[in-house]
Design a protein around this ligand. Structure first.
Ligand SMILES: Cc1cc2nc3c(=O)[nH]c(=O)nc-3n(C[C@H](O)[C@H](O)[C@H](O)COP(=O)(O)OP(=O)(O)OC[C@H]3O[C@@H](n4cnc5c(N)ncnc54)[C@H](O)[C@@H]3O)c2cc1C
Length: 480
């Protein structure tokens, strides 16, 4: 086997938001002897935009929202007028009805109807009359806060579709951190005292790049490359050589099949944390390996559909809570940007399935998945099967780190072990086993770069970067 050797000051593993964030920060600060490696053929990681026949599809819906001023400024500076506000419309599909999301009190009561609304209120009151037990699980926490009926309607099925484990096996801390903004007192007050028409309609906004989420990471990477960084795409990291808590080199299977050994003074890795530990040679202790085996990620399938027709439905995405469809969410990219479908008379949609690799859906052929998605979208009365002109499937492994009850000690052990390495920083979503949004991942890359450069304010504790989430949808950016 011929091995090509390369040597850089910095080597960045993964060209997702974390990786290109690190590259941009390093190059902007004058460190340009950098190699960025990614197994994909385009940059952006989970936030990339795939292009097929002029149509563009993200890996599931990606809205841009951050409370971090620096990231917000960076996004706007990079894309300027190509990064613009979108008025958000998202709904929940449950029991053949579409509910507004974030959940609005009057809407829930109106659409649930008299009997179910009474059940919501009575189960809430019952819960609050009973003595409180300590909430240990997601199910305990949500049921105690909202009552069983609302838990079953708006939390249980979707949460279980996403994570693939019963809500009884997800810790209460997860719920406390994620679920905000649904105030049952508001539900009851509105039902008893006010009329629905009096409730102010909130219009929420998020930002979005006109050519899809990936446009942001292409811009970040282009700038880093223009300043001297080297980019190697279609190249998979297959091994790490370690010595005395240092990474000596990484072994890479390059696009033409050749093996490349890359040495660097400093490595930055956003490849899944569990993969990193498994690829180390010599191998890690039995304790570390047990911790690695105890952590797992949820995998993700997107069935992308190019559909004949426009204005099919107004939402950017719809959460599918009902158990009568296997899909968990669907997105309409035309409602993010009119440029996404590449033809004003067509619509770019994606249907998402959250799975593990040993689930039946993951083992289905692409054609079977396409047939399933087409049946489900017709069942939802959104699109007729014959309207679908083109369809293809994307499979992402390690898309969501799973925070099941009991994951923490294993995670802590790996985190502590990772911190012992002197010249590699783990960053990003999979890399740190963190449920990051894009902004968190970019911040982790930028701060990793600042730690390496020993800039004022460093060292930053990358593990402390705020974790936000889908349920925890801040209304900071709200206009009425
Ligand atoms: C379905 C879905 C919807 C989402 N919606 C939103 C949203 O609305 N808003 C939001 O802000 N965030 C959203 N996110 C989260 C967002 O996509 C991530 O936070 C972000 O992409 C993480 O960036 P990262 O660089 O940390 O990791 P990644 O994007 O996972 O990048 C890691 C990179 O490492 C590469 N890699 C992995 N292993 C190897 C290897 N062995 N060799 C070489 N390369 C390797 C991968 O190919 C990948 O490009 C969503 C995520 C998903 C899955």
């Amino acid at each position: 086997m011929t091995v090509e050797n390369k040597s850089y000051e910095c080597c960045i593993l993964g060209a997702g938001p974390a990786g290109v964030g690190a590259a941009l920060e390093l190059t902007r600060r004058g460190t340009t002897n950098i190699l960025i490696i990614d197994q994909n053929t385009i940059v952006g990681g989970l936030a990339r935009t795939e292009k097929v026949d002029g149509a563009r599809f993200d890996v599931g819906p990606h809205r841009f929202f951050t409370k971090n001023k620096e990231i917000n400024q960076l996004w706007h500076d990079l894309l300027k007028e190509d990064f613009y506000p979108v008025s958000r419309l998202t709904r929940i599909y449950y029991n053949h009805r579409y509910f507004q999301y974030p959940v609005k009190a009057f809407d829930v009561l109106k659409k649930l109807g008299g009997i179910e609304s009474l059940q919501v209120m009575s189960s809430y009151l019952l819960t609050h009359l009973q003595p409180k037990k300590e909430a240990l699980t997601f199910e305990d926490w949500v049921t105690q806060k909202f009552g069983r009926k609302l838990y079953e309607t708006f939390f249980k099925t979707y949460t279980e579709k996403i994570w693939g484990i019963p809500c009884k096996e997800i810790g209460a801390e997860w719920a406390a951190q994620r679920i905000k903004g649904l105030d049952i007192r508001e539900v009851i007050k509105n039902a008893l005292i006010t009329s629905g028409q009096q409730i102010k309609t909130l219009v929420e906004e998020f930002d979005y790049p006109v050519l899809g989420a990936g446009q942001m990471y292409e811009a970040m990477c282009d700038e880093a490359v223009s300043k001297g960084a080297e980019l190697m795409l279609g190249a998979k990291v297959v091994g790490f050589e370690q010595k005395d808590n240092r990474i000596v080199s990484v072994e890479v299977k390059a696009p033409q099949g050749q093996t490349i050994k890359v040495e660097a003074k400093q490595f930055f890795s956003s490849i899944p944390m569990t993969h990193f530990f498994k690829m180390l040679a010599p191998e890690e202790s039995a304790r570390v390996q047990q911790a690695v085996d105890a952590l797992y990620y949820r995998d993700h399938i997107t069935v992308n559909l190019l559909v004949d027709g426009k204005d099919l439905f107004p939402d950017q995405w719809i959460y599918l809570h009902s158990q009568d469809v296997k899909a968990a969410r669907l997105a309409n990219y035309n409602n993010f940007s009119s440029r996404m479908s590449g033809d004003e008379n067509k619509t770019a949609l994606s249907i998402e399935y959250f799975v593990f690799q040993d689930d039946a859906e993951w083992k289905m052929s692409d054609q079977e998945l396409i047939d399933l998605a087409k049946q489900e979208i017709e069942y939802l009365k959104l699109v007729k099967q014959e309207q679908v002109e083109k369809a293809w499937v994307l499979r992402e492994t390690e898309a969501y780190p799973v925070y099941y009850m009991g994951f923490q000690p294993h995670y802590d052990l790996l985190k502590n072990r990772a911190n012992e390495f002197k010249n590699i920083m783990l960053m990003g979503r999979g890399g740190m086993y963190k449920y990051n949004n894009q902004d968190h991942s970019i911040i982790s890359g930028i701060l990793a770069a600042r730690n390496y450069l020993r800039l004022p304010g460093s060292p930053y504790d990358l593990w402390e970067i705020n974790v936000d989430a889908e349920y925890c949808e801040s209304s900071e950016r709200v206009s009425s």
